[in-house]
Design a binder for this molecule. Structure first.
Ligand SMILES: Nc1ncnc2c1ncn2[C@@H]1O[C@H](COP(=O)(O)OP(=O)(O)OP(=O)(O)O)[C@@H](O)[C@H]1O
Length: 299
């Protein structure tokens, strides 16, 4: 659905995006993570057809996106600072979107009004930052795009509204196979949302993984044995982290879950628990493997 092949983009002294390639399947949610200045917005703007890559190609549904009006009518880019016409009301902005996007859905727009509880006659620039972002989401969801590109979309939204926006996104992905490309500097913000995650650092994609694969392959366990840890115990495990707390050994291990279980049971532990592992913890270890400390890459 989205194909990015060896894309580069530079500005004067800065090479903002360096040789980035990735694929996003239709109906999935891709999270692009990275710290400030990593190159996320630059990549998103190329994906939205706003910037032309210096080198490389970007295809959406097999067509190049740059200057492709037909394709752009089916996709929507929500920038980190949503733009509205000066002094426009929601009603006036809706009229603009109605004229520009053939997928505009009037019924949905009015349904969502009840959801957002914002007066359509209200001037957007007089709204709070969070309400302006809600207005941008409201318009975006009414356009019914095939591809939705979101740059730091949850900034300025309160916790309840974040959850609601995520629910709406997931609903559109499930019901109409919408494809979402979302940038964030915060892994925790998108971990419950994305199918795939890529980490951009100094313009380079340093890691890309499918979330289910990641979670299936790494396990956090705690074990204890009657007479201390058997000397050969750790040698048969791929341990990426270990910590001893009294007689309990806490480990993060890689491998197939059944095989790890079977191996540990052979040592007859008196305590053996598999603990939940957050995506952030997994990334800390995964990134360590490729030679990066996660704190230097994102919060
Ligand atoms: N229009 C521009 N002109 C010159 N340099 C730019 C321009 N846009 C981005 N850059 C530079 O390119 C690099 C990547 O910026 P970009 O905005 O893509 O990063 P980002 O990951 O989105 O950061 P943030 O999380 O802070 O928004 C930065 O060094 C930035 O200064």
């Amino acid at each position: 659905m989205i194909e990015i092949h060896h894309v580069h983009k530079g500005f004067e002294q800065v090479e903002a995006v360096k040789d980035v390639s990735l694929h996003v399947q239709k109906g999935s949610i891709y999270g692009l993570l990275g710290s400030n200045g990593a190159g996320k917005t630059t990549l998103l703007k190329m994906l939205a057809g706003i910037y032309k890559p210096d080198d490389g190609d970007i295809f959406i549904e097999g067509e190049p996106i740059f200057e492709n009006v037909k394709l752009k009518k089916k996709m929507l880019f929500l920038p980190d600072n949503p733009y509205f016409f000066p002094h426009a009301t929601i009603q006036q902005m809706a009229q603009f979107y109605r004229d520009v996007y053939p997928g505009w859905n009037e019924e949905r727009f009015w349904q969502l009004q009840e959801w957002f509880s914002i007066d359509v006659q209200q001037k957007i620039q007089r709204m709070s930052k969070g309400m302006q972002r809600q207005a941008a989401f409201w318009l975006a969801f009414s356009v019914m795009p095939d591809v939705l590109i979101l740059d730091e979309p949850f900034d300025g939204l309160d916790a309840v509204m974040r959850k609601k926006m995520k629910n709406l996104l997931v609903q559109d992905v499930a019901e109409r196979n919408m494809t979402v490309f979302i940038s964030s500097h915060n892994l925790r913000e998108v971990e419950d949302l994305c199918d795939h995650v890529g980490i951009l650092h100094n313009g380079e994609m340093i890691m890309e993984r499918e979330i289910d694969d990641l979670k299936a392959d790494v396990h956090k366990i705690q074990v204890a044995f009657r007479d201390g840890i058997p000397s050969s115990f750790l040698t048969g495990l791929q341990v990426v982290y270990q910590e001893q707390r009294g007689s309990v050994l806490l480990c993060i291990v890689r491998g197939n879950r059944e095989e790890v279980d079977a191996y540990i049971q052979r040592f007859a532990p008196v305590i053996f628990d598999v603990l939940p592992l957050t995506l952030e913890e997994i990334f800390v270890y995964e990134m360590g493997r490729v030679g990066y400390a996660i704190e230097s890459v994102m919060v």
